[in-house]
Design a protein around this ligand. Structure first.
Ligand code: PEP
Length: 248
C-alpha cells in the first residue's frame, strides 16, 4: 500500500513568525494522524523555524526549490547540502511557477532530481500540461516529455523515493480542478509510463495531484486508486483548511 502524502506549498507567503503561528495551530489539529504523511514547504527564510518546531511530530518540512550544485557561485540559490544541513527532508522540483518564471528547464530539473536523491532528500517532481495542450489532446505527449527529460539517466535504485506531483497548470491557483475521473485517468497514464521505464517499482511510487485542492473536493480526489496524495497551494495557508484536507 502506498502511504499518501499531503503537502502544503506556501509559495512566497508567510514570514517566520507567521509560519510559526501556523505550525502552533496546525500540529494539535493533526496530532496522532498516522494514516497519511504530512509535509510543509515554507519559504526558505521560514524553513529552519518550521523544521525546529515540527521536530518529533508527524509533520515533515522541505524546501520549495534547490540548486543542482553542492556549492558554487550561484547567487541567491540553495543546495541540497544546505537543505539537509538544516534538517529538511523533502524538496519541490520543477513547479510550474519555476518553469514559467525562473527558466526551470527539463535539463536543470533532471540535475536537481539526481542531486536531491543523492543527498537523501525526497524530491516532489512537478509535471503538468497547459490548458491549450489539454484542449488539443496533447496532455500525454507533454507529460511523457517532461518525465523523460526530468528522469534521463535516473538512478533506478532510488525510484521508490521519488514522488511525482501531477499539477495541470490550468488548475493551479485558478479554482478549476481536474475532475476525479480526469485526474485518475492521467495518474494511471503517468504510472503506466513510469512502469515501462522503471519497472515494477512504479507501483510503489507516489503520484500526488495538485491544482485547487480544497477541503470540499479533497475526498473525491484522494479516494481515487492512483492518487497518492495532494500538493496544496492556496488552501494550505490556513491551519484549519489544510487540516481538513489532511483528514479528507
Ligand atoms: C500549487 O502551488 O502547487 C498548487 C497546487 O496551488 P493551488 O492549490 O493554489 O492551486
Amino acid at each position: 500500500m502506498r502511504k499518501k502524502l499531503i503537502a502544503a506549498n506556501w509559495k512566497m507567503y508567510k514570514t517566520p513568525s507567521e509560519a510559526l503561528n501556523f505550525v502552533e495551530a496546525f500540529l494539535p489539529l493533526v496530532a496522532g494522524h498516522t494514516r497519511d504523511e504530512i509535509a510543509l514547504f515554507p519559504s526558505i527564510t521560514s524553513l529552519p523555524t518550521v523544521i525546529h518546531r515540527v521536530r518529533g511530530s508527524n509533520v515533515a518540512a522541505g524546501a520549495q526549490s534547490m540548486h543542482w550544485a553542492d556549492e558554487g557561485a550561484y547567487t541567491g540559490h540553495t543546495s541540497a547540502t544546505m537543505l539537509t544541513a538544516v534538517g529538511a527532508t523533502h524538496v519541490l522540483i520543477g513547479h510550474s511557477e519555476n518553469r514559467q518564471y525562473d527558466n526551470e528547464t527539463d535539463e536543470r530539473i533532471n540535475l536537481k532530481v539526481k542531486s536531491a536523491l543523492s543527498h537523501g532528500l525526497i524530491p516532489l517532481l512537478c509535471v503538468g500540461e497547459q490548458k491549450d495542450e489539454r484542449q488539443c489532446g496533447k496532455t500525454e505527449d507533454v507529460l511523457v516529455s517532461q518525465l523523460a527529460g526530468a528522469l534521463a539517466g535516473f538512478p533506478k535504485e532510488h525510484a521508490d523515493r521519488l514522488v511525482i506531483a501531477y499539477e495541470p497548470v490550468w488548475a493551479i491557483g485558478t479554482g478549476l480542478t481536474a475532475t476525479p475521473e480526469t485526474a485518475e485517468e492521467t495518474h494511471l497514464m503517468i504510472r503506466t509510463h513510469l512502469e515501462k521505464h522503471l519497472g515494477d517499482v512504479a507501483n510503489e511510487m507516489r503520484i500526488l495531484y495538485g491544482g485547487s485542492v480544497k477541503p470540499d473536493n479533497a475526498s473525491a480526489l484522494l479516494n481515487q486508486p492512483n492518487i497518492d496524495g495532494a500538493l496544496v497551494g492556496g488552501a494550505s495557508l490556513k491551519p484549519d483548511s489544510f487540516a481538513a484536507i489532511v483528514k479528507y
